[in-house]
Write a protein that binds this ligand. Structure first.
Ligand SMILES: [Fe+2]
Ligand SMILES: [Fe+2]
Length: 273
């Protein structure tokens, strides 16, 4: 299999027509049979993989070049989730703006060429698959909740967390889902799993959900300054931080299953099972 064929499997999994901006093949590879699938890559991992006879390293998080610099553009995908949950499109657009600018500025601090040059130097096939895996993580968590919640009307936040923790990735993670705004005894109300779309949308995105009828938002992570801002708002919404690596593992395990089904030997690194 080639790196391009692996990328196509990722696109097919997430029903995408083109490679999203946060995913990229950095060093092309052919005749790939054995891959190292890792949440993050660094020079040590690439070098070790090369010496241990792996044919390619597939990272989840963007590792440099365009994928890292253009991660902020993927935040636009969050607009769709906002609109689907009843937020007017103009409000959705302005809600993502601050976070998008933050991520754009952060890209300018990144050493975007370093790791990719190293992979080229040692001639190690190297790529990253971000949004397709995050799309699957969001979908699989949504499907699990849909299947497991019997009484949506009376569901409490603590019960939602118990249901979430029935998924092996959350059950086996050292970080447990945390209520950062709201209380365990609050009703969940209308729920939104806001996982995919580059990174969390920040306080403005959460406020937009709460203002438009969503009672509980589930995110991967959130900065403390955003949490403090949200606590001051008194908007009567709940915010649950599900855990970054636990959640990413949901999408990555699905991707690993697909790679294995297509004949690849996959070793996972940093993925919760
Ligand atoms: Fe992710
Ligand atoms: Fe992540």
């Amino acid at each position: 299999m080639t790196t391009e064929q692996i990328m196509n499997l990722a696109l097919k999994m997430a029903r995408l027509d083109e490679v999203p901006r946060d995913s990229q093949i950095y060093v092309h590879g052919e005749n790939i049979k054995k891959v190292l699938l890792t949440v993050d890559a660094d020079a040590g991992i690439l070098w070790t993989a090369k010496n241990m006879g792996y044919d390619a390293v597939i990272a989840h998080h963007p590792a440099g070049m365009n994928a890292a610099v253009e991660l902020y553009k993927v935040i636009e995908e969050q607009m769709e989730t906002l609109v689907e949950h009843g937020v007017p499109i103009n409000e959705a657009q302005s809600a993502i703006m601050k976070r998008q600018e933050e991520m754009m500025l952060r890209a300018h601090t990144s050493n975007w060429k370093h790791l990719v040059d190293f992979a080229r130097l040692i001639n190690m096939p190297f790529m990253n698959v971000h949004y397709p895996c995050d799309f699957m993580m969001e979908k699989l968590v949504e499907e699990h909740l849909e299947r497991s919640i019997s009484d949506k009307r009376n569901l409490k936040v603590s019960e939602l967390i118990d249901i979430l923790c029935k998924m092996p990735e959350y059950k086996n993670a050292v970080t447990k889902p945390l209520i950062v705004v709201g209380n365990p005894s609050n009703f969940v109300g209308k729920l939104c799993v806001a996982f995919a779309g580059g990174t969390n949308g920040g306080a403005n995105v959460i406020k937009a959900y709460w203002r438009n009828g969503v009672g509980t938002v589930l995110v991967l992570h959130m900065n403390l300054s955003d949490i403090y801002e949200l606590r001051k708002e008194n908007l009567q919404g709940n915010l649950i931080v599900a855990g970054h690596i636990a959640s990413d593992s949901v999408g990555l395990n699905e991707f690993a299953r697909i790679l294995e089904k297509n004949g690849l030997k996959v070793t996972k690194l940093g993925i919760v099972e």
